[in-house]
Design a protein around this ligand. Structure first.
Ligand SMILES: Cc1[nH+]cc(COP(=O)(O)O)c(CN[C@@H](CCC(=O)O)C(=O)O)c1O
Length: 304
């Protein structure tokens, strides 16, 4: 991942990768309050372009607003900074990581008085769960750890502290020989993956869990648009873990995961145990859009 000779945008300047450092007393490192985004640029038919850049930046600002962090730049500047990072690193396609965090000027629970810093890195990142996963599908475990209650960590924010929960769930899945975890909410209904939203297909209908305790994924909203284009009905409802077991198809959606089919959950084979036909259609439509092959969605692409 690390292009050690690359550049990172850091508080308004492009600095060499190895100089983009912070102090060990950085407040966010100790107390877990940093907000971030995961964004992808694709080598599209119209050149390198960042996918849904404005939506990701809006969510970054919403996340900061929820946690009362004041980003010292406006959204246009952060959009431009992401374009500059991709261009400066000469990346044709890549993953972009904007991060907003509190500095080391203040210790103690309250960050008041600490500087709000912004860093934006970009690196080449292929299929998040492996190229084979995109074709064959992955094996997933329902975690023994619940997703945080909606009044514990704020679900509309992409905040670093949420991911200690994700790390536990993902580690448990890997330790048990699976590829990824699904988390249930505190009432036992399906929430999301450790870093993804989840969809299932039942009798030709695309179903997703109520979004309550899950991140409002941008890829999830792209899937909604694709489903509408393909005439596939979408249902949002409370899903139980055994709803997943008897699904005809299942897949994860996310910027990193893109559209990753799920072929088995907790030892139950899903459908035919491979990427399902509806999943394949949605996945193809997603990659056509992200790679600029569908002119109807060129407005979602910001050329670098
Ligand atoms: C918990 C969670 N839920 C859903 C999503 C899907 O959201 P969206 O990317 O807007 O469709 C992500 C993105 N996970 C990011 C972080 C992955 C990582 O390992 O870091 C991502 O996909 O970039 C999550 O982290």
């Amino acid at each position: 991942m690390s292009d050690l000779d690359g550049y990172i945008w850091y508080d308004g300047k492009l600095v060499p990768w190895r100089n983009a450092t912070t102090h060990v007393l950085t407040h966010s490192l100790h107390y877990g309050l940093a907000v971030f985004e995961g964004v992808r640029a694709y080598n599209t038919d119209i050149g390198t372009a960042i996918f849904r850049l404005q939506d990701h930046t809006r969510r970054l600002f919403n996340s900061a607003h929820i946690y009362q962090m004041k980003i010292p730049y406006d959204q246009a500047a952060i959009n431009q900074a992401q374009v500059d990072v991709v261009r400066e690193n000469k990346l044709e396609s890549c993953y972009i990581r904007p991060l907003v965090f509190y500095g080391s000027e203040k210790m103690g629970v309250s960050p008041k008085g600490a500087t709000v810093h912004v860093a934006i890195a970009a690196w080449s990142w292929g299929a998040y769960l492996g190229q084979e996963a995109l074709e064959q599908g992955i094996r997933v475990k329902v975690s023994s750890y619940a997703r945080q209650h909606v009044n514990v960590t704020m679900p509309r924010a992409k905040v670093a502290s949420t991911y200690a929960n994700s790390i536990l769930a993902n580690a448990e899945a890997l330790d048990h020989g699976y590829d990824e975890a699904i988390l249930l909410d505190t009432e036992g209904f399906v929430a999301e993956g450790s870093g993804e939203n989840i969809f299932i297909v039942r009798d030709g209908v695309l179903c997703e869990p109520e979004i309550a305790s899950a991140l409002t994924g941008i890829t999830r909203s792209t899937i909604h648009t694709i489903a509408a284009d393909l005439g596939i009905p979408v249902q949002t409802k409370r899903l139980t873990r055994d709803d997943l077991y008897i699904a005809d198809e299942a897949f994860f959606s996310g910027t990193a995961a893109e559209v990753t089919p799920i072929r088995e959950i907790d030892g139950r084979v899903i459908g035919a145990g491979s990427r399902g036909p509806v999943t394949a259609k949605i996945q193809q439509a997603f990659f056509d859009i992200a790679n600029g092959r569908n002119a109807k969605y060129h407005h979602w692409l910001t050329k670098v």
